[in-house]
Write a protein of this length. Sequence first.
Length: 276
Amino acid sequence: MKLKTTFAKAINDGISVAMEKDPNVICYGLGTDDPLGVFGTTLGLQERFGKQRVFDMPTSENAMTGVAIGASLNGIRSVMTHQRLDFFLLAMDQLVNNAAKWHYMFGGHNSVPITIRLILGRGWGQGPTHSQNLQAWFAHIPGLKVVMPTTAADAKGLLLSSIFDDNPVVFLEHRWLHNQEGDVPEGDVREPLGKAKLLHKGNDISIVSMSYMTVEALHAVTYIESHGISCDIIDLRSINPLDWVFFSGLHHWVVGEGKTVPICDLYRCKNRKIIH
């Protein structure tokens, strides 16, 4: 059964389902127990699961990330929330040199199952230190998965998959999506990480987008098609790993003198000219 709900409530539901399923799942971060509940995404969780599993943290991004890593090495699955991506940069050493590397440094014998929720996008007239989108940066960290959902259903499904993944996942939420509504399945319904989704089918060009820009891309379809151009809209959903299997079937990219090749072969072509 599916229920109409907002992106923020879908996040809340995903955390609730995970905490019900596994008593080792905890949820913490700045404002987690705040009356506003991080834009509504953590409302009611502390009342439901108790202060031992849902709690606030001091303003020390590096320390709270270290707590998640240490807890994960002892069987805990942490869902850590930061209301702004920008401030999480203070914890990059913990993320890059500990969380992302641990599984591989010890031959796969240890895992670091942490999910780091980072909220991005501008709002309230925020300046350059409060509105950065750094998904490309995170995607270049070996051992780290990077997820950016667009729809409410994907927010829940991808979050559940992230929480139960045995290695660290950066889960990026655009604040402008929190009030978007959609049909969301009840229960433990997961969406696989690393799989793109075709939202609109076309034959002439492909528009590849993620997060809030997928909403803008869908708005652009009507205008583009009114000019006789048929286009795919592809929602990446996962920035790392990319769904190369999906893209291997696309042939809408113009290279050189009109030559068309699959996107996965672009790196082999010289003097390539990509038309977006």
